[in-house]
Design a binder for this molecule. Structure first.
Ligand code: SAH
Length: 341
């Protein structure tokens, strides 16, 4: 059975043609789905026989909400979803001044092995399909009754380790007959898979790119992120510089601050050296403590001092606003705690 939410408009038209229907019916089906209908019965402008034939071949995938944690302070909602095969994933809905945003997962689990991250503790279970990625947004819109205008692919998983499905997801979300969200309202975060960054620059030059840095030397970065052994800093930064030249777009570097590991003045100076002159921005994230990881977070004050050092050296930097701190919004924690219990 085909999940119709996995198909781009083009693929939907091809499917419909292969069933002997005119291809404009593909667009009709596509439009119905992204208007949020959940049953073929509601596709009232399609012939009954075609609806029946379609329902024998395909279904409209849906996520089941297992749990919602609602922040009392800022409207943040954290969802735990159940996939059709019983695996679980999580997403976070956030309210900003510029509108609503959702942080979605791209994989169930992750195989990148970053030492401080909860999402990777049990390895990769499987890739999410395009429909499973975008259903996270649709389910959150249905639950909150609010429109979501921004998506960050920063939940569980490495999106560039699931590139084909990520690309289809971005196309469906951006399609004016789909969710119609502008490319510039989409952000993808990677741990630094160099060949895919290059591909992404060609395929999606308008989608925002965030790169997880976390260390200014190979020694520190490799200890936190095993991927650095395969794609070391010097090559990564050269790729990022080439990306900004090619696309004209600013890169966001995520830098999770860990007490005594990467938060010294020397680390800030190293970052300055690494990034100077690049079209970029550093987003400092005080570590969300993950049980058993043995790492400590930094104080808000230390984060702000670190930011100041960067700013004084001409590198723009912000400290990530803490949303949903009362509901434990750190990456992968809900899924992990649920599996333990
Ligand atoms: N795999 C992608 C996207 C998912 S993680 C990537 O690596 O970018 C999104 C961001 O949260 C990454 O920068 C990641 O390193 C960071 N992160 C993961 N666990 C964290 C934690 N416990 N505290 C703070 N940031 C964390």
């Amino acid at each position: 059975m085909i999940n119709l939410k996995d198909l781009t408009l083009k693929e939907m038209e091809d499917l419909v043609s292969s069933m002997g229907q005119p291809s404009f019916r593909g667009k009709q089906v596509f439009q119905w789905i992204y208007r949020g209908i959940e049953s073929f019965d509601d596709m009232t402008n399609l012939p009954l026989t075609f609806r029946r034939a379609l329902s024998e071949k395909a279904f409209i995938g849906k996520l089941e909400i297992l749990e919602i944690q609602k922040s009392k302070s800022d409207g943040t909602r954290k969802y735990l979803f159940r996939l059709e095969d019983g695996n679980t994933i999580e997403s976070v809905f956030m309210k900003y001044r510029f509108g609503n945003s959702i942080c979605v997962s791209s994989q169930a689990g992750c195989r990148m092995g970053c030492s401080f991250c909860a999402s990777t503790k049990k390895g990769l279970v499987r890739n999410l399909t395009p429909g499973e990625i975008l259903s996270q947004l649709m389910a959150a819109e249905a639950d909150t009754g609010e429109k979501i205008g921004h998506i960050v692919v920063m939940g569980t998983g490495e999106p560039f380790d699931n590139y084909e499905n990520l690309a289809a997801f971005l196309r469906i979300v951006n399609d004016k007959n789909g969710l119609n969200i502008g490319m510039r309202n989409l952000t993808v975060s990677t741990c630094g898979l160099i060949p895919v960054i290059e591909r992404f620059a060609d395929d999606f030059p308008q989608v925002n790119l965030a790169v997880s840095l976390h260390g200014a030397t190979d020694e520190i970065r490799s200890a936190m992120m095993p991927v650095n052994r395969r794609y070391p800093l010097e090559e990564l930064i050269a790729t990022c510089r080439a990306y900004t030249k090619k696309t004209g777009r600013r890169i966001t570097f995520e830098y999770t601050l860990v007490n005594g590991v990467n938060d010294s003045d020397k680390d800030a100076a190293g970052l300055k050296k690494l990034l100077s002159g690049m079209l970029c921005h550093v987003n400092l994230i005080p570590l969300n403590k993950v049980e058993e990881s043995g790492f400590d977070t930094v104080s808000r004050q230390r984060a702000m001092e670190f930011q100041q050092i960067l700013e004084n050296n001409g590198i723009t930097a912000t400290v990530r606003r803490e949303l949903g701190s009362d509901i434990d919004a750190a990456c992968g924690q809900l899924r992990l705690s649920r599996e333990k219990s």
